[in-house]
Design a protein around this ligand. Structure first.
Ligand SMILES: [Zn+2]
Length: 163
């Protein structure tokens, strides 16, 4: 059996449309049936979008990281000010799905300012959960190098993390 020429088919449909209009409008999807979507093509659109968003997110991450560079090696005068700074930094990073990377173990972490004996400014620590346990690393008196990484995917509801 020969494959019909699509051009001929179109011509045939058009001539039908010209003579008996109703039949053609029925074919064009006006009867409520969805026009069938090519799955491969749709997936291609999603893949392209995902790649584009990944590039944009990378740009956002590198932009924030570059801006934070000048905070490195510095500290506010009080623990409270450092804590406020750390909280605001975390909120900003969290809004972009980011965490700081622990300089000691490489895990995604939240930078916090903790009280430290003998230091009115406190110390900067990396707060993270390792093997299900809340762990603190670092402890420098100044803001450490801030490398940004993607926030890890949330574990399923089986594990509850301390607030
Ligand atoms: Zn660590």
């Amino acid at each position: 059996m020969q494959t019909p020429d699509p051009r001929q088919m179109t011509a045939a449909a058009q001539s039908r449309g010209l003579t008996g209009g109703q039949e053609q409008t029925g074919l064009a999807g006006a009867n409520g049936k969805a026009v069938s979507l090519d799955v491969i093509q749709a997936q291609g659109t999603i893949t392209e979008l995902r790649m584009e968003l990944n590039r944009m997110q990378r740009t956002i991450r590198l932009t924030i990281q570059a801006r934070l560079l000048h905070l490195q090696g510095q500290s506010c005068d009080t623990l409270e000010a450092n804590q406020t700074l750390a909280t605001e930094l975390h909120e900003l990073l969290d809004s972009q799905g980011l965490r700081v990377q622990c300089s000691e173990c490489g895990h995604p972490a939240i930078l916090r300012a903790s009280p430290r004996k003998g230091s009115p400014r406190g110390a900067f620590v990396f707060d993270h959960t390792i093997n299900g346990r809340r762990t603190f690393h670092g402890g420098a008196g100044v803001i450490p190098e801030l490398r940004l990484v993607a926030k890890p995917k949330r574990a399923k509801a089986t594990r509850r993390e301390p607030k």
